[in-house]
Design a protein around this ligand. Structure first.
Ligand SMILES: NC(=O)c1ccc[n+]([C@@H]2O[C@H](COP(=O)([O-])OP(=O)(O)OC[C@H]3O[C@@H](n4cnc5c(N)ncnc54)[C@H](O)[C@@H]3O)[C@@H](O)[C@H]2O)c1
Length: 356
C-alpha cells in the first residue's frame, strides 16, 4: 500500500522534505522476512559492527527504567543512529519482566521506532522482540565464528539458561554451518530445560541432546558455552571448570565471577557500553580499577587489529548495541516496503502546516 499523505515542508525555507508515511510492522511480518535469512543477517550485523567501529554511528548509553514495586522488571530505552548505506535513526524500547515466564508469556517484549534520516519523522513502528533476539543471536554466531578461528572448532555446545535467546542462538549457529556432536543444557527450571530439549529434538539436529542437573558438569563438558540466563549477579566462580579453555558467549553478561574473566581473554562489542550496569566486565573494572583485562572488540578481531591468543578461555560479552536493532529493523522495513506490504496508518501525522 502506498501513502495518501500530502508532501509537507519539514524545514521551511531550506529545502522541501517529504514527511514519510507512518507504517506499523507486525511480529508476523518481521518473522516472515527474517526466517531463513540467518547467514545474510549475520553479514549485516558484521557490517554494522564495522560501521560502528569506524565511528559512523551514534549509540548513547541505554536508559534503564526500574520500578520500586517490581524490582525484577525493567524497561530499557536504546536510542541510536547508524550511517553507511543503512542511514537511519531510532529507538528500541524493550521490557524485561522475568515473572512473565511463570505465566507462560515470554520475558521480553519490544517495539522499534525507525526515524527518517532527513526529516526526523518516525517512519515505522516494528514489533521488536524478534528483531532483538535475531540481532543478539546473529552477533553470537558471528562471534563464535571469528573467536574460534585458530583453535579446534568446537563440537560440544552447552547452554546455561534455556529460554528464548538460547533457542535463537542455537538456530543461528545451526543455520550458519555449525553442527555439534553434543548439545547440552542446564537451567534452574526443569520446564525450561524440557522445552529447550523439545525444540532441539524437533529442529532435526544430529547431535546428542542432554540436559544437565549441574552447571559444573555442563561447563566441563562443553567447548562452546552460551550463557543466556537472567542471573542478576555471578553464580559461576570456579575457575577449574574452565580448565579446557572453552569459548564462552556470555550473552546474559552477569553470570561469571571476576576471577573467571581475569583468567581469560575478554572480547566485547563496545567497551564503554559493556563496562556499565554491573555486568561481569564492569565488576572486574570496579575490582581492579583498570581495563587491562579486555583484549578489545569483536570488530578489532574482524579487522585483524588484535589476535586471540590460544591456551586460555575466550569470553565474548556483548552488551547488545541498538545500532544492530536499527540495522535489522531497517532491513525488515525495506523488505516489507519493496513487497508493497507496509501497513500505512493514513493521517498519522496530521498537523503538517505550521500555520494551519
Ligand atoms: N547481550 C545482549 O545483547 C542480549 C540481548 C537479548 C537478551 N539478552 C539476555 O539474555 C538473557 C536470556 O534472555 P531470554 O529471553 O532467553 O530469557 P528467558 O527468561 O526466556 O530464559 C532465561 C532462562 O534462564 C534460566 N536461568 C535463570 N537463572 C539461571 C541460572 N543461574 N542458571 C541456569 N539457568 C538460569 C531461567 O530459568 C530461564 O529459563 C537475559 O538475561 C537477557 O537480558 C542479552
Amino acid at each position: 500500500m502506498t501513502s495518501t499523505l500530502p508532501a509537507a515542508t519539514a524545514r521551511e525555507g531550506v529545502e522541501r522534505a517529504t514527511v514519510p508515511p507512518f507504517a506499523v510492522i507486525s511480529g508476523g511480518q518481521v518473522q516472515g522476512v527474517l526466517q531463513g535469512r540467518e547467514a545474510e543477517i549475520v553479514e549485516l550485523v558484521a557490517a554494522t559492527y564495522r560501521l560502528h567501529g569506524v565511528g559512523d554511528s551514534v549509540n548513547p548509553p541505554s536508559y534503564f527504567l526500574r520500578f520500586p514495586d517490581r524490582p525484577s522488571a525493567r524497561i530499557i530505552a536504546l536510542p541510536a543512529s547508524i550511517g553507511g548505506p543503512i542511514r537511519v535513526d531510532g529507538l528500541k524500547w524493550v521490557s524485561s519482566f522475568p515473572e512473565n515466564v511463570a505465566a507462560g508469556v515470554p520475558r521480553a517484549s519490544a517495539v522499534l521506532i525507525l526515524n527518517d534520516h532527513d526529516t526526523g519523522y518516525p517512519l515505522a513502528c516494528l514489533e521488536a522482540s524478534i528483531i532483538s533476539a535475531t540481532r543478539t543471536a546473529a552477533s553470537a554466531a558471528l562471534a563464535a565464528d571469528w573467536l574460534s578461528r585458530g583453535r579446534p572448532r568446537p563440537t560440544r555446545v552447552g547452554f546455561v539458561g534455556a529460554g528464548l535467546i538460547a533457542r535463537y542462538i542455537h538456530m543461528f549457529l545451526a543455520a550458519t554451518g555449525w553442527s555439534f556432536d553434543e548439545i547440552g543444557a542446564h537451567d534452574l527450571s526443569a520446564e525450561s530445560a524440557a522445552g529447550f530439549r523439545g525444540y532441539l529434538e524437533q529442529s532435526g539436529t544430529a547431535g546428542q541432546v542432554r540436559v544437565y542437573d549441574s552447571a559444573e558438569e555442563l561447563i566441563r563438558s562443553s567447548d562452546l558455552l552460551v550463557f543466556a540466563t537472567v542471573a542478576a549477579q555471578p553464580h559461576v566462580s570456579e575457575l577449574s571448570w574452565f580448565g579446557h579453555d572453552p569459548l564462552v558467549l556470555h550473552v546474559s553478561l552477569r553470570d561469571l565471577a571476576p576471577q573467571i574473566l581475569l583468567a581469560s581473554t575478554n572480547v566485547v562489542d563496545d567497551i564503554e557500553h559493556c563496562l556499565k550496569a554491573n555486568t561481569s566486565p564492569h565488576l572486574v573494572e570496579q575490582l581492579t580499577g583498570n581495563r587491562d583485562f579486555l583484549l578489545g572488540t569483536l570488530d578489532d578481531v574482524m579487522a585483524g587489529r588484535i589476535t586471540v591468543p590460544a591456551g586460555r578461555p575466550v569470553i565474548f560479552s556483548p552488551f547488545g548495541l541498538s545500532v544492530l536493532d536499527l540495522a535489522v529493523g531497517k532491513y525488515v522495513y525495506d523488505q516489507v516496503a519493496s513487497a508493497g506490504d507496509l501497513h500505512i496508518i493514513d493521517d498519522f501525522f496530521h498537523e503538517l502546516r505550521r500555520h494551519g
